[in-house]
Every structure is written in structure tokens, then in C-alpha cells.
Design a protein around this ligand. Sequence first.
Ligand SMILES: C[S@@+](CC[C@H](N)C(=O)[O-])C[C@H]1O[C@@H](n2cnc3c(N)ncnc32)[C@H](O)[C@@H]1O
Length: 243
Amino acid sequence: MAMTESPKSGNPVAEGEVTAMFDSIAPDYDRMNSLMTLGRDAGWRRAAVEATGLRTGDAAVDVASGTGKLAALLAERVGPFGRVEAVDLSQGMLTRAEREYRDLVQLHFRVANALDLPFGDGEFDAATIAFGLRNLADYEAGFREMARVVRPGGAVVCLELSLPRWRPYARVYHAVFRRLAPVAGAIVARRRSAYRYLPESLAAFPSAEQLAATMEAAGLIEVRFRRLTTGVVALHMGRVPPR
Ligand SMILES: C[S@@+](CC[C@H](N)C(=O)[O-])C[C@H]1O[C@@H](n2cnc3c(N)ncnc32)[C@H](O)[C@@H]1O
């Protein structure tokens, strides 16, 4: 997969290529995720749900929902009288999600682009994106679109891989990640090139501070973030201002 110089404002890899890659790894995605995060991903997603402040009966949209793990947690949080819409460009990922969570009547999956959500202005109490922003062609546009569909006062939450702040540690972490991810992909999923894309897309991604500034540039207020698990993941939260 060809990577060009990134201006850190968006993913330089074409949308069609990204979607085809996720379609191809969909059968192995959940297993690989647990392996590569040593099972920490479940706790990170729970922290993201907590950051939304959602209550029973609320409505939420989960963008780039993949196999639906975060969307399912949101659905449990809002309960059967709430509503969760989960969107993704990869039909392969969504097919697995639909199969896994068919019992959650308040949860609906559909193919849609994060940069052009098929929802009206202010339709939701919160919008989330987990490990999806890094894939978008324009990060700020992604946040603007999430903010558009959330009501004033509602939350926009982003969970994403990050690089630890202490530079020597960040360099070692990235070097190890760069070598291990494709090998793990080759062993578990026989998808070495797809898992090479993962550390490459991380190297091109903005720091937690830069990401917070991007959220503010997208019009969000009260933006803050927390580093999780020594800073290998960052949880960002912002609010939609009064219109
Ligand atoms: C690393 S997965 C994350 C999935 C899930 N949110 C999770 O926490 O495991 C990234 C997902 O983003 C989706 N994606 C990439 N670009 C997208 C876009 N422009 N619009 C919607 N989904 C997109 C991919 O298809 C993939 O399912």
C-alpha cells in the first residue's frame, strides 16, 4: 500500500484502498485487535462510553464502527429505548457486526462515509469514533461532520492510537510496533501488508495536543484529552457549542 508524505491533516491513502483492506481483514480483525492490544482495548472502549455522558433513552452515532464493539457498548448504555446508529465504509466489517449484535434492537448498522453522514443536524446526543479517525482523508472534516449531527451541548468522543509523550519511549514503542504488527498480521491473519499500514498510519498521525487543536478548529468547545496505557492511546472529548 503506497504511503505518500502526510501533512498530518488526513490519511493520504485512498478511501477505496482503505475500505478494501478492512474488507480483507474483517474475519480476523477482532482476534488481531485483542492480540495486539493485549486485551486492553475493552477497557479503552469502556472509557470512551463513559466520556459520552450518555443516559438511558439517548441517541448516539458510532462512526467507523467496524465490527461494532464500541457501538454495542453504547447500545447497552442507552438501553432498548435508546438508539445507536453505527456506520462504516466496509461491508465486510459491518456484516460481522450485524451477525454478532442482532439481539440489540436499539443498534442499527449501515454503510456510510464518516465525511458525509446520512443524518440530520443535531440528531444525536453524542458521536463517537474509535480507531477510525486515523483512516479518514481529512481529520478536521471528520470532527466537523460528527459535530454537525450532535445537538448543542452533546459530546464528540475520539479514541485513537497515539505516540507516548516521552520521545525516547515513543521512538522505541514505534520501532517495536512497526516490526511486530506486520509479523502478527502475517501469523494470525496472513495479511502482512495490511498490518504494515497500521504503524505507518500512526507515524503520520498528529500528536494528542495537535488532535485537540484539530477538534477546536472543527468548532468543538471544552476540548480535553486523557492519555491511556502509558500514552499509546488517547481519549479526546469535546462539546458541540450552542447554535
Ligand atoms: C481500525 S477499524 C476500527 C473499528 C472499530 N471502531 C473499533 O473500535 O474496533 C477502522 C474502521 O474505519 C472504517 N473506515 C475507514 N474510513 C472510513 C470512512 N471514510 N468512513 C467510514 N468508515 C471508515 C474502516 O472500514 C474500519 O472498519
